[in-house]
Design a binder for this molecule. Structure first.
Ligand code: PLP
Length: 385
């Protein structure tokens, strides 16, 4: 495979060395089922419990508050559907933001079809919600607030401890989708006031198909999956031992590296360099943003075309205009921040990891302005100001 410049780490990451080395034995000789009584089964069980301790420590939780899942989508589904089910006697009103991931939005859409009422808080141009609007949205039948820790498209970090406090003052369960935050910025479930928190292994160097849901001690969620009673009855199915081990090893390593990496510095070089392109704009919060996400809109260029030409240069990136369903609708996140549809079509997200280098950033700063100039040269909409 040709050497590529991988700038799509918010989509998925390269499995870390630590994760690969940790999981390998469980893909080869140590393949026992954690439910078996003989020693290879018990060794696998011990590996899962060790992983639970490590994952808990990484987010300031207790081991018994961690439930392993198949990823962020499952964790979001479980948290939201089960919290709604748990509190249905109290009411059927849920508050969220307009910029959540489809794993949250489509779970809520399902609940809406089943009689739930959902308030979608809008955002300002940076993707920040208003805490006053949140307070005003609370009703006597509000049972759940679900608001993401950080946004996957524009990198905005939301005021989670403040939201957690408001939820607590009002006796409402608070779930946060922290899939883009965990392993990238310090995350502490207590400081956040979270009752439920979703994370996903492949976003920080773990294997795909691994994740976890933090469930605050004392909250007993109904299971999403029924079966043999694994994960203390919460999530049945034979554990993905290699995946779980990889998640914990990757997370431990990612958290240790948070203060050490030059990711934010490389992000800032990209932002500074690319904003020199005429009629370009940074999307997301300029200050409260994830260290690894540089996101933009460029007028009079199509996101898809940029991606194709970047790919020809060996650069992997993504665009909010490319919807997973293949539709041409612009990103709901960008439109929620007030961008007109035409502008939202020209979005680009470059998401970094500690594996990127300054030479790679130089290459992007060299190639991308040329690509944009070329595309604009072909665009009937483009007129030089
Ligand atoms: N939530 C957010 C904010 C995400 O960015 C993603 C993945 O892109 C998910 C949830 C889904 O995670 P997974 O791919 O592990 O199902």
């Amino acid at each position: 495979m040709k050497k590529m410049i991988y700038l799509d780490n918010a989509s998925t990451t390269r499995p870390s060395e630590k994760a690969l080395n940790a999981m390998l034995p469980y893909l080869t000789d140590a393949y026992g089922n954690p439910s078996s009584v003989y020693s290879s089964g018990q060794d696998a069980k011990a590996a899962v419990e060790d992983a639970r301790h490590k994952a808990a420590k990484a987010i300031g939780a207790l081991p018994e508050e961690i439930f392993f899942t198949s990823g962020g989508t499952e964790s979001d589904n479980w948290a939201i559907r089960s919290a709604a089910e748990l509190k249905k006697e109290k009411g059927k009103h849920i508050i969220t933001s307009a910029i959540e991931h489809p794993a949250v939005l489509n779970t809520l859409a399902h609940l809406e079809k089943n009689g739930y009422d959902v308030t979608y808080l809008g955002t300002d141009r940076y993707g920040q919600i208003s805490l006053d609007e949140l307070r005003n949205a609370i009703r006597s039948d509000t049972v759940l607030i679900t608001i993401m820790t950080a946004n996957n498209e524009i990198g905005t970090i939301l005021p989670i401890p403040e939201i957690g406090m408001i939820a607590k003052e009002n006796g409402i369960i608070f779930h946060t989708d922290a899939v883009q935050a965990v392993g990238h910025i310090p995350v502490d479930v207590k400081e956040m006031g979270a009752d439920l928190l979703s994370l996903s292994g492949h976003k920080f160097g773990g294997a795909k198909g691994t994740g976890a849901l933090f469930v605050r001690k004392g909250l007993r969620l109904p299971p999403l999956i029924y079966g043999g009673g694994q994960e203390r009855g919460g999530r049945s199915g034979t554990e993905n031992v290699p995946g779980i081990v990889s998640l914990a090893a990757a997370l431990e390593d990612a958290v240790r590296q948070i203060p050490l990496t030059g990711v934010a510095r490389m992000r800032d070089r990209l932002i500074k360099g690319l904003l020199k392109i005429p009629r370009s704009r940074l999307t997301g919060d300029p200050v409260n943003r994830l260290p690894g996400i540089a996101s933009f809109v460029f007028e009079c260029v199509e996101g898809e075309s940029m991606l194709l030409l970047l790919d020809r240069c060996g650069i992997c990136a993504s665009s909010g205009s490319a919807c997973s369903s293949g539709s041409l609708d612009p990103s709901h996140v960008l439109t929620a921040t007030g961008l007109p549809h035409e502008a939202a079509h020209g979005s680009l997200r470059l998401s970094l990891s500690s594996g990127n280098t300054d030479e790679e950033i130089d290459r992007v700063l060299d190639e991308l302005p040329k690509i944009i100039a070329k595309l604009r040269g072909m665009s009937p909409l483009w007129k030089e100001v």
